[in-house]
Design a protein around this ligand. Structure first.
Ligand code: FAD
Length: 434
């Protein structure tokens, strides 16, 4: 199979990654060309697959390939929320009843727990924070009603939450923009690029990571021939964990679309400006609508994430103007509304929120289709995919396998027209939550 679309390339680097020292990519090709397992894509999902394979098969060398440098892809471009949301109603025969949601949350919680353990064991400096307020907040009456319903669902699932009044939100975050909030299902907040780099730099010795190595072709049957920008490799098993870019291998082409969303960081703010962002040194706000705006006060800066565009990255100056307006609306009193870093990131979106997961052909394993919550969900799915390949059963794996796959999507141009219409409609509905 020859690649039909390009590996990811972005208009600007991730602000999170830019705050870290320059990374020297691992580009050394070992003499070995044949491996039992090759993993394609070293985001959170691919790192988890490679790590777990190495744990389950000590002594075996695993090759992990990525087209870019670690933390340059979506895994280093996100907002750093470690969420346990059960996701869209995409469960299998069990439907989306309370018990199912509880099991889904347990699955993603296992991803959080594994990440925490790795951060502690390897002393990964990624600003891991569990006590910071991470609130889902509404700016509109419609958003407030929606959050109220979410709160009821949490209660039905037995999840403790708490309310935040407009005054609480003003105290915490310094803005009068929001009228009501509830504690979100965020279990930790991190510096995502630092976490991603830390995980890559502490892979078990059995894993050989090659960055700046694009997979350009993949044969259909085992042993797989993997054509890359650094020559060919052969493997008995291939794990496709490059998310949306799995489409390049003919996987999920009629199941996933690419949606870009955008982030920006202010410069480091002085004491006076930080005080205008509320009394808490760090906080996170998630929107009441999925087309809304996410924010964080972190590391002496404000982070803002918003906007959605179909399959194509928007012009950086238009993105900057959009994010600046959203920042100004929420914090009119700031001295400037300047950003130091503005970037885009690509995620995979499926119609029903479900993922491609499993062994789709003998020896070919896939976990793809990750939109939001990919830090935790990608991590646990990667771990479970390795366990599936190695025949390690568990309740979590059964729960994961019991889910439906993504719905079929019509071909272009109907698909694009439908997606763009839906984005425009939902943005309109989101109103001031944007
Ligand atoms: C702005 C933004 C904010 C977000 N906020 C959050 C958040 O707060 N919390 C959260 O959990 N999620 C968030 N997400 C989503 C999250 O980043 C993704 O769900 C997650 O990165 C998916 O991980 P992954 O490993 O499956 O895929 P990716 O991170 O996309 O990794 C895939 C890797 O495959 C590589 N690749 C692609 N093609 C090839 C090829 N042909 N050969 C070799 N390698 C290839 C890419 O370079 C990439 O490194 C956000 C995303 C964006 C863009």
């Amino acid at each position: 199979m020859t690649i039909r679309e390009k590996a990811p390339a972005y208009a600007a680097p991730s602000g999170w990654n830019a705050l870290l020292p320059k990374r020297i990519a691992r580009e050394r090709v070992s003499g070995e060309r044949r491996f039992r397992s090759v993993v394609v894509g070293a985001g959170y999902t691919g790192l988890a697959v490679a790590r777990r394979l190495a744990e389950l098969a000590p002594g075996e060398e695993i090759l992990l390939l990525d087209a870019t440098t670690i933390a340059d892809g979506a895994s280093g471009r996100n907002s750093g929320y470690l969420l346990i949301n059960p996701g869209e109603p995409s469960a299998g025969a069990a439907g989306f009843a309370g018990e199912w949601a509880v099991r889904q949350m347990a699955l993603v919680q296992a991803g959080v727990d594994w990440l925490r353990e790795l951060v502690v064991t390897n002393a990964i400096a990624c600003n891991w924070q569990e006590a910071v307020p991470a609130i889902t907040a509404a700016a509109t009456p419609r958003g407030q009603t929606s959050i109220g319903r979410t709160r009821e669902r949490y209660e039905a699932w037995g999840v403790a939450t708490r309310d935040y009044s407009a005054a609480d939100l003003r105290h915490i975050a310094g803005t009068t923009y929001y009228r009501y909030g509830i504690q979100s299902l965020t279990r930790a907040l991190v510096q995502p690029a630092a976490l991603h780099r830390g995980l890559a730099d502490h892979l078990p010795t059995g894993v050989t990571l090659l960055e700046n190595t694009t997979v350009r072709g993949l044969s259909k049957t085992t042993p797989f021939k993997i054509e890359t920008s650094r020559g060919d490799f052969v493997a008995d098993r291939v794990f496709v964990t490059n998310n949306l870019h799995a489409r390049a291998f003919g996987i999920g082409c009629d199941r996933m679309v690419g949606i870009y969303t955008y982030g920006a960081f202010t410069p480091e703010l002085d004491r006076h400006q930080l005080a205008l962002l509320g009394e808490m040194p760090e906080w996170g706000i998630l929107p009441a609508h999925r087309m809304g705006t996410t924010m964080r006060k972190t590391m002496g800066r404000l982070l803002i994430r918003s906007g959605d565009s179909y399959e194509r990255e928007r012009d950086p100056s238009a993105v900057q103007a959009m994010l600046t307006a959203l920042y100004r609306n929420r914090f009119p009193a700031m001295r400037t509304h300047e950003f130091e870093h503005v970037w885009g990131g690509l995620t995979a979106v499926t119609h029903n929120g479900a993922f491609l997961f499993g062994e789709i052909r003998p020896g070919l394993f896939v976990s793809a289709g990750c939109g939001g919550a990919g830090v935790t969900r990608g991590t646990i799915q990667g771990k479970l995919l390795a366990e599936l390949a190695c025949g390690v059963p568990s309740q979590l794996l059964s729960d994961r396998l019991a889910q439906n796959g993504p719905d079929w999507l019509p071909p272009e141009p109907i698909r694009g027209a439908g997606a763009k219409l839906q984005i425009a409609w939902e943005q309109w509905i989101a109103g001031a939550e944007r």
